[in-house]
Design a protein around this ligand. Structure first.
Ligand code: ATP
Length: 376
């Protein structure tokens, strides 16, 4: 049985589908991140799970029970919002214990449970303070404790970390992950931040324009994107534009705007484009290797080269442990990322050869659907 099941759920506002025919199951104890650009329908999806919105069509189930028409307080779930809205005049202990008071649990037991929950979010010692005496990150932990104390079957988190600065956000991500592990708590976490989703999620659900595009474990969606939107949304990449010039049972070869021919491995020949059709090929910056070159001129035609291009380094950008290099190949610029190595520093104006393993690229047909053989 799934902790949450959404069945063909649509939410319309005056003819506009904020969520469009979405079906999804969240497993017991799973941490699912709903990820997508602003306005894609993430919060609306979460609000329908929590009962704050009613679907125009379709059904919501929690722990095997249909709850589509039940109000939020009758659903076994708790929500943590971006704006954590604590009671300003109550102490931290009272804020956290509040949910239990509503459940009619006696005072001594409430305080004991609130202390235990504050310990879990590492706020022991702050029980008697008021919210304004705590930092933003600490207040967010109080909001988390307040939701956890009622032991919901499902914990819903709507961009709860987006008001925190980078360092605090990363700390809280790890804490959330630990709490999830410790409690085996089913969580749905909404975010537009890819790195947050990669840090936290057991599985990531990627949405765009109200639709569910792909659900999978972080390495699956990153290495085996369903379409060009997912590839582009999950990280920086170079898209080469090309035309298929050769086809075989296990690969197609495309002539690209980089000048060179590119081998694209395919398993399902039927799903791959035919000769003459256009393709887009994604080369992630971390999936290319660089070799220094003695060649003095930029080779732009490269008609007979394969999976390699030469060029001149235009820009070197240090990013701490990584270096990003922009390389002008004559026909277009490619950016490549490498681990920073002080013994092998690459300088601007240097001639360089770019190479890649065909197994490390993904390609898309003219409908932006991925057709490559991917090895995870
Ligand atoms: P963000 O990351 O910016 O919070 P989101 O992915 O959570 O965005 P939603 O808040 O779910 O997006 O909104 C999805 C779409 O539905 C948006 O275009 C939004 O303007 C629209 N929408 C949401 N709520 C309403 C409403 N009550 N009335 C009309 N349109 C709405």
């Amino acid at each position: 049985m799934s902790a949450i099941k959404l069945e063909d759920v649509t939410k319309s506002y005056g003819g506009f589908n904020a969520v469009d025919d979405l079906s999804l199951e969240v497993k017991e104890g799973e941490l699912l991140c709903v990820l997508g650009p602003s306005g894609c329908g993430k919060s609306t999806t979460m609000r329908m799970i929590g009962g704050l919105e009613r679907p125009t069509e379709g059904d919501v189930h929690i722990a095997g029970q249909k709850v589509t028409r039940q109000p939020p307080y009758e659903r076994d779930c708790s929500i943590v919002f971006q704006d954590w809205a604590l009671f300003p005049h109550k102490t931290i202990l009272e804020n956290v214990a509040f949910g239990l008071k509503m459940d009619g649990i006696d005072r001594t037991k409430r305080k004991e449970r609130a202390r235990e929950t504050l310990e879990m979010v590492q706020l022991d010692g702050h029980e008697n303070k008021k919210p304004k005496e705590l930092s933003g990150g600490q207040q967010q932990r109080v909001a988390l404790a307040r939701s956890l104390i009622v032991e919901p079957h499902v914990l819903l988190l709507d961009e709860p970390l987006s008001n925190l600065d980078k360092r605090l956000k990363e700390e809280m991500q790890l804490e959330l992950k630990d709490i999830h592990k410790e409690l085996d708590q089913t969580m749905v976490h909404v975010t537009h931040d890819q790195s947050e989703a990669f840090t936290l999620a057991d599985r990531i659900c990627i949405m765009n324009d109200g639709k569910l595009i792909q659900v999978g474990a972080p390495p699956d969606v990153y290495n085996n994107p369903k379409n060009q939107f997912v590839e582009e949304f999950l990280g920086d990449t170079n898209f080469l534009e090309g035309t298929v010039v050769e086809t075989a049972s296990d690969e197609v070869v495309a002539k690209t705007d980089l000048g060179c021919h590119v081998d694209i491995p395919v398993t399902n020949r039927q799903a791959a484009p035919d000769e003459g059709e256009s393709v887009s090929i994604s080369l992630r910056p971390e999936n290319m290797q660089l070799r220094q070159s003695e060649i003095q001129t930029i080779k732009a035609d490269g008609g007979d080269t394969r999976c390699t291009a030469s060029g001149q380094v235009d820009n070197v950008i240090y990013r701490g442990s990584m270096t990003r290099l922009y390389i002008d190949t004559g026909s277009r610029t490619i950016f490549v990322e490498q681990q920073y190595d002080p013994d092998r520093e690459i300088e601007e104006q240097q001639n360089i050869v770019i190479q890649w393993d065909p197994k490390r690229l993904v390609a898309f047909d003219n409908e932006e659907t991925q057709f490559t053989t991917v090895e995870n």
